[in-house]
Design a protein around this ligand. Sequence first.
Ligand SMILES: [Zn+2]
Length: 377
Amino acid sequence: MAVIKLRRDKRHRIYCPHCTRKAGENRRVWQNAYDLPLGPVNLVSIQYEAIQGYCSGCRSYFTIHPHGIDRYTNATKRLMHYVCRLCRFMPGNKISIFLPVSTSTARRWDKRILTQHLPDPDLNNLHTILVDEKSIGPHHHYLTVVINGENGEVLHLAEGKKKASLESFFQKLTPKQIKKIKAVGMDRAGAYKAVVREYAPKAEIVFDKFHIIANINVAIDDVRRTEWNKAKKEDKKFIKGQRYNLFRNPERLKPEQASSLVDLFEANESLFQAYLLKDALRNLWTYIYPKWADKYLSKWISWVKDSEIQPLIKFAKGLDRDRKEILACIKHRITSAKLEAFNGTINRIVKRACGYRDLDYLYLKIRQEGSPPVLQT
Ligand SMILES: [Zn+2]
């Protein structure tokens, strides 16, 4: 351990931090602050004199610490910034390999620096926003997330998936900011629609591709389950383990996954049809004009009816009912890439052992992902 002692230069006068008048010194207290490693020495402690003074002008007591020392954490600001930068790329529990800092301290410092230096989200120019619920952790803890539909910035993170979780977002906005919002993307199920109707009646509700595809995957899973129950013993082996392959888009299948799907489709026609119909539905979002998309949607619904696959027919009826909101997605050119990217980010951050119990910290970490790689101050 290296100790660096700092003494105050007595030629400098003391000024009151409140009213900047000259002030008197009451006493000095020796204090410690940890600093960056010095060559091979990992643990560097700076000992300095904190000066306690009294200002007769505004009748207040104050303590002066040297510039660059964070008085609340007993560390220099540059050490905290360094920890913050490391925390961006590695889990908090790995920091102790490089620095004599415990996991909890590393996280506390990281949170403190991010709170101080991350800029607030820009709420002034919102045109489209995406609302989603996200389940994380082993106990299916739910979060409500609001993302800027244009640049993917995370605007809001709240516990739960109820009305109140989204209301707290709209309560942050001014009437002028709300007025600018033209479209709100969301899932068809859930409590968000009512909140948007109430707080932003002018905004159009949009059911985006990301959620519709998630919905059809649920329907396809239903098909898979019924087919499994119907299948003869020797055919079950084809269905087994195919759940996630059926969810994947054909272009994302690895060769071995694709070939096992082909085997399944040869054995089971209903699942093959369901998979083709899902793939056909994805074409809906390639249309530029809502009118043409509308025609395609009608066509798709009639294909489903012909297929006589019950879970899909039920799903198609739902689409028919929500036609307006689905086509609004094409009108407002909302892409689900931002939501998908966000899902990847949050999974990565939670996995990196930031945990999710401290929601404020999780929010900061997610917002940090959208900022330049090194947060310089
Ligand atoms: Zn004063």
